[in-house]
Design a protein around this ligand. Structure first.
Ligand code: ASN
Ligand code: ZN
Length: 322
């Protein structure tokens, strides 16, 4: 028999946060039922065997045991999943990734020296990192939001995970992951991906991490590696999203001068969410995303609005003018 409880977590990356847990058999677990059909976070104990995963437990629901197993970072995954649920619920009234309460299960301490995190179609998995990032777990808030958003994408546009549609799939996860970071941790948010443990990408300056900021421009990946460059060519969507949110001016790789006035990350998220959930399809390309994001902005803010103008200007900036 279990009872809902409210705990306090000293997270690894996000300071002290309130989390929902439950009380069971004399201790507390990272399980809750206040959001949809539940948010659960499990311990793989450095194995890859999901059927042997166990609960993380705490004696008093004040999760402050910093230990050599790095168990404190499990609370980051749990809180990150809760904040991702809240972001979609509070902003778009969406009840989890499928709109129907889909249980969000996360698995921490996957394997050994594993420097990645992934959504496998049903759940999240996080490695503990390796020497590259100083052995820091991958449970940063923006990465939690990124991985869970892969689930949202699979239930909506279901963008094919290769070449351009795959780059859009990746970019959408970065854009929403960063939006979730700004939503849940507004005083400690940035446009980098994974900077809590090791910066993987920059949305405000994709070229500084080997990504393109212009469609088919410098750093655009053309080969089959990485499913057709999905983690590289996502830089174009990322920079578009940064521009829509925060604005910037400059000259792109085609020699086109641009100036975008940011409309804020909240409106940018609303436009991208509507584009993803209403208009994109498995085979959508960058040109389609331009068309439908302008349509989404028109739906939300009206034809001729400043929002539509800046969304359009940002596409011109990344090399997708008409
Ligand atoms: N962390 C990576 C991602 O979510 C895993 C992968 O390559 N699919 O994109
Ligand atoms: Zn991804």
């Amino acid at each position: 028999h279990n009872t809902a409880a409210t705990g306090t977590a000293q997270t690894g990356y996000s300071g002290t946060q309130t989390i929902q847990t439950d009380s069971y058999n004399g201790s507390y677990r990272l399980r809750e039922a206040t959001r949809g059909n539940g948010v659960q976070t499990y311990n793989l104990k450095k194995t890859t065997n999901y059927s042997n995963a166990v609960d993380f437990t705490d004696a008093d629901d004040i999760w402050n045991n910093v230990n050599a197993n790095l168990d404190q970072y499990a609370t980051d995954a749990h809180w990150g999943a809760e904040m991702t649920y809240d972001f979609y619920k509070n902003n778009f009234n969406r009840n989890s990734i499928d709109g129907n309460g889909y249980a969000i299960n996360s698995y921490v301490h996957y394997s050994q020296n594993y420097f990645n995190a992934f959504w496998d179609g049903t759940r999240m998995t996080y490695g503990d990192g390796n020497a590259t990032d100083g052995n820091k777990p991958l449970t940063a808030l923006d990465v939690c939001g990124h991985e869970i958003t892969h689930g949202l994408t699979s239930f909506t546009a279901n963008l094919n995970y290769s070449y351009e549609s795959g780059a859009l799939n990746e970019g959408i996860s970065d854009c929403m992951g960063t939006s979730i970071e700004f939503y849940a941790r507004p005083n400690n948010a940035n446009w980098l991906i994974g900077s809590d443990f090791y910066t993987l990408r920059s949305m405000s300056d994709p070229k500084s991490y080997g990504q393109p900021n212009t469609y088919k421009g410098v750093n655009w990946a053309t080969g089959g590696a990485d499913n057709g460059g999905v983690h590289t060519n996502s830089g174009v969507l990322n920079y578009w999203y940064f521009l829509v949110s925060a604005g910037n001016s400059g000259v792109n790789d085609n020699g086109t001068s641009y100036s975008v006035s940011g409309i804020g990350i909240g409106k940018a998220a609303a436009i991208l969410y509507r584009t993803l959930t209403l208009y994109l399809t498995p085979t959508s390309q960058y040109a389609d995303t331009r068309t439908y994001s302008i349509k989404a902005a028109t739906d939300l803010y009206g034809a001729g609005s400043n929002e539509v103008l800046q969304v359009t200007n940002a596409w011109t900036a990344v090399g997708l003018g008409n």
